[in-house]
Structure formats: structure tokens, C-alpha cells
Design a binder for this molecule. Sequence first.
Ligand code: ACM
Length: 501
Amino acid sequence: MRVILPLLLLFSLSGFSQTINIIPNPSKIEIKDGFLNFKQGLSIKTYGEDVELTGIARLFGNTLFGSKAWKVPESKDRAKLIILHILYPQSDPLTDESYSIRVFPDSVLIQSHSYRGLFYGCQSATQLFINSVLTNEVPCMEITDTPQYAYRGMHLDVCRHFFSTDVVKQYLDLMAQLKLNVFHWHLTDDQGWRIEIKKYPRLTEVGGWSTQKDGFKTGGYYTQKEIKEIVAYAAERFITVIPEIELPGHSSAAIAAYPFLSCTPNEAKTVPTTWGIKKDIYCPSDSTFSFLKDVLDEVCTLFPGKYIHLGGDEAPKDAWKKSSVAQALMQREHLKNEEELQHYFLKKMEDYLATKGKRCIGWGEIVKGGLSDSVLVMSWLNKKAGVKAIAHGNQVIMTPRVFCYFDYPQNISDKKPAWWMLYLGVHKVYSFNPMANSIPGEKRKLVLGGQANVWTEYITDEKRLHHQIMPRLSAMAEALWSKHKNFADFQERMNNSAVLK
Ligand code: ACM
């Protein structure tokens, strides 16, 4: 036994040579003869000195040498060089995400035609080295990698429970490690308005807080300074932030702050502390439209990305059916029913965003009352709304809840928190394919990608948040990035990963 154990250990340590632990799995890994030994340390050099390149190198160094998992020694003298090199752009450098890594006995060369691609090369290299730190050796190899889908998203509801900017930054760090590139920030809902709007201070003064039955006040919000800080932090990691300003439903917090936004402004309004679908929604009045335009003015200056999410889900029409304002508008605009009125509402805001060079995203329900040509549809109940939108020629993001809702419990041993929640194991997430068989070949490019969603009704703190997302986020990242998928192989890489836990 005394002999076998060290032998087994040696065998398992040397066995790593064919299993390269990188998640998401790269497109191609060719193992070559020889090894690179980094016992004497590693050192990062850039080929060029522009700020983008040095920024990428700095972040790479921070994660590689400052990793909590295991430290890779950094040494100046006999260290092996990792060289970062930008090649002449071949296609649009903003969308090109490909990279290559070549490991030679004495150096490593990470190359890409874009900064974004180079950043992803650094993420793969971080995993490669940190996972090999027990032996300080990696085989010579050539990795070439390119993603399958351009939109690889992760959502966070900060309304049902508020999360600090530090937690959001950790979330972004994890996304970046997994090459996820869109952070969908759900900033407004019934239970809280979380973004400071200078023109309407009560949105956060009143709408940012709720009082529980026992008198305990909870909530919080992000100042505009903090929003800018998060957007910049994300941009450094090549993540676009898409803010969601929900309309016309899920708007109770805004209505509690400014009751004129409701069709029943004289009734008492409070920020709810219970979950569910609320009937009090924005009234389609001129004053609501002016308010929303003012809000969007500030939102558009804070978020430089192309997309603003306007919600559109779960908006019961009871209040509009009873409202003379809503009914008069329907008559004036020849709208047949309240679904068409919702389309009118959304289209008005979409057109306003278009004047600012922004595009609008909405949840699947927006296909009901008419669909504008340029709106992007996020299909969440299943893929049906997405398939319908594609038939109409719209771009879509698939995020069907049975594969993509990370608020659902992931282990049978997890307490099931609410009746509507299904179990969603890591295997099921891994099998997610944003495409649908019924989408014809020429329209398949309209599926931009997929997204994991994290609704936080029952996620009260940071620890619980981490439990909900890992390891499912790794599975989602591989489902969206990798062409070659194999669950057993994924599990083995996950088990052996020192980085992704
Ligand atoms: C949703 O889950 N209501 C988009």
C-alpha cells in the first residue's frame, strides 16, 4: 500500500497531460511533444503597450498570481514568458472572440485578432496554469478556440433581494472566467427600484425600500456613481451590461413612489413584500410616458451598450380594462384589445430608445399584441415565443426556464422553496441548446444565444447566490460556447478544476 499510493498519485498527476482542464471546452486542443515547466515561475509580457493590452495583462496577472485557489509563482529571472500579442484585425474586432494559445517548452504565446479574444485566451490560460500548479508542468500544445453563440448571458434580479456592488463584481468575475459576455441587470420590479434617477428621487427614497410585517425595513439601491463603476468593471472584462427597466407590469415600487403612474392613483400604495404577479401596472397616460422617457434618458447615459431591456412579461390587464384613460387611448388608436395596447405602449418606448441609438429587448409575452421589426425577444416560458419571433424575422435570445432558471433548486436535497419551482440539475443545464429544430436553416442565425436567469425571491444572501449558480453556470457557459460537448468529460474537468468551484 505504501508503494502503491505514491505511485497512484504520480500516475494521476501525470495523467493530466491528456486532460486539459478548461471550461468552457475549447474548439480544438492539439497536444505536442514536450512540456513547459514553470517551477521557476511565469512572467507576462505584452507585444505592444497600448492601454487595452496592458489592461488585459494586468487583470491576467491579478488572477494568475493572486488566485485564491493556488498561487502560480511569479518570478522575474528564470520565469517562462507568456506573451500577449494582438494580430491585425481580420473581421470586426468588436465581435471577433477567437484566440489561440501555443505552449512551447520555453514560452507561451496567446494571440487574437481582437482584445476581446485575447482576454478570453488569458481566461483559458489562467485555468490551464492554475489547474497544473501541483506539477508546475503543462504539455506543449496548440489551442484554437471560437464560440458557438455570440450572446452568452447571465441575469441577476437585485429587486427581490438587493445585492451590493461587491457581490455584483464577484458575479462579473465569475462570468468573465467562463467567457460569458452579457450581464442582464434586473433593476426594477414590484419589490424594489434599485437605480438612482436624479429627476425622480422618490424612486429610490420610497421605491428602494420595503417594510416587513414586523416593521423591519429592507432594500437598497445603486447610486449613479456605483452604476458607472459596475459598467466600467464589466467593460474591462468584456461584459456588456443590459439594464432592465420593467414595463408596464412589475412596477409596484415605482407606483408606490409616484402614484400618478397608476390608473388608480388615489388608492393607497406601498412597496410589496410578497411575490407574485401584481395587478396594479403603469397606466398608459401621457404623464406615465413622459416619466418613462425621462427615466430612459438617464438610463441611456449610464449604459453605453446597444440594448435596453423593457420587460413586458406578466402584465395583467385588469387595471386597463377598468381605466377610462386606457380605454380612451385604445379607441383613439384603434386598438382591438389590451394586448394591442401593451404593444402600443412598448412600441412608443422602443421608438424613443431608437432616437437615442438604442435597441429594445422584451420578454416573450411581447409577441402577443403585435411585434415590431427591430425588438429583440427573450423567450423564457419555453422556446415558443422565440420561434414565433424568428418567423417574423426578429432576433431572439433563448432562456427557457426548464433549462435556464438558476433560482430553481439544483439538488434533490435542496429544500424546494416554492410550488412553481422545478428541479434543475447541472446535467439538464448542460444539455441546453438555444436552437430549436423547427427553425429553418436560413433563420438559425437569428438565435443570438442564451442566458441563465437568477430570480432572487428565495435567494437572500451572497452564500445562497453562489450555491444557486455553481456549478450550473459552468455548464451553461459550455452549452453556449463549446461545439464539442460531453457531460462525463465536463464533469471530470469540473471535478479537477481548482479555479471553478
Ligand atoms: C419571467 O420569469 N417572468 C421573465
